[in-house]
Write a protein that binds this ligand. Sequence first.
Ligand SMILES: C[S@@+](CC[C@H](N)C(=O)[O-])C[C@H]1O[C@@H](n2cnc3c(N)ncnc32)[C@H](O)[C@@H]1O
Length: 316
Amino acid sequence: MSAYRDIWTREADLDSLQLRIHDAVPLDRLHDRARTYRQQMFERYYPDARPRRGDRVLEVGSGVGWIMQAVIEEYPRVAEVVGLDISQNMISKAQERWTDHRARWQLYDGLHFPFPDDHFQVIYSCAAMQHVEKHHAFLVFKEMHRVLSHNGHAVMQLMPTQLMSRVPTKFEEECLIHIANRADVHWHHFYSFDELIEIFSKAITVNDLDLQLDDERINLYVHFSKGKSRPFRREELADVAYPDLAEARIKAMSNQIQVLTQQILELRDRGRLIKVNRLRRMTGRALPLVRRLAPAGTRRRAALTRFVRRLTKPVS
Ligand SMILES: C[S@@+](CC[C@H](N)C(=O)[O-])C[C@H]1O[C@@H](n2cnc3c(N)ncnc32)[C@H](O)[C@@H]1O
């Protein structure tokens, strides 16, 4: 069994636990930290996922319950918020710190959620799944999908690959921690955009997948629902995350525009203006693509924009 779990399940008192598990955020800032996660998930990025009156809400990896508390504070009409965790120590310390009639906790084995299918309207998880060994995490993601109700929403915060070179532990060191199966430190896993599409859209077949990298590229949020029809929404993030891919697409688009230009010129020479106008409309569709792919303010974007504008001037 992977030793990543031990550091979470071992006995520790509330204060030392809180200092260790919240990324060194001071105790008097923990409420604000929790509110920020809540605000990013349910107000800024995914307002559709906001918990509503009577909802059953689940937090996966709830620790000592700060985010559960922040959720109940903002959405007091939920039926309940359940904190699911692998650590009895976390659950006991959460209960020692704070209780509420809408909050309850559930211990589990890390693999099988002890809930029926389609049970929760809202599921969220922050600062938890990035510590779980990736193959193990995949099985947890599947469980999240299983217990999510139809038309329910799940939101999860993970660490993006863009953060790999910016964290204090060198990636090489991180790899050695996993290989040595060390039980005395927190393990970290970084997720890429492509990988998450494969995992969620294709392997778990979630609907309405929407990935969001925050402005500082520290948090990668995953949102999905069940029973809705959109397969994947935020394709342009691929271009933000993978500049090489964006470059290749711009090149392909430039070639396409050149072919269209050639066709326009040939048709004009032959005096077939109706077709020319149709082709111009087709070229016009390239403008939003330019905006999406070429970063604002770059010379490439200005040149492509001028080019497309020239082509799309109506023929009189
Ligand atoms: C860094 S704490 C975060 C707690 C809380 N989400 C927060 O941000 O305040 C990580 C939590 O995930 C829990 N955890 C670790 N592996 C888990 C797993 N496989 N399933 C559920 N929870 C897990 C740990 O026990 C711990 O409570």
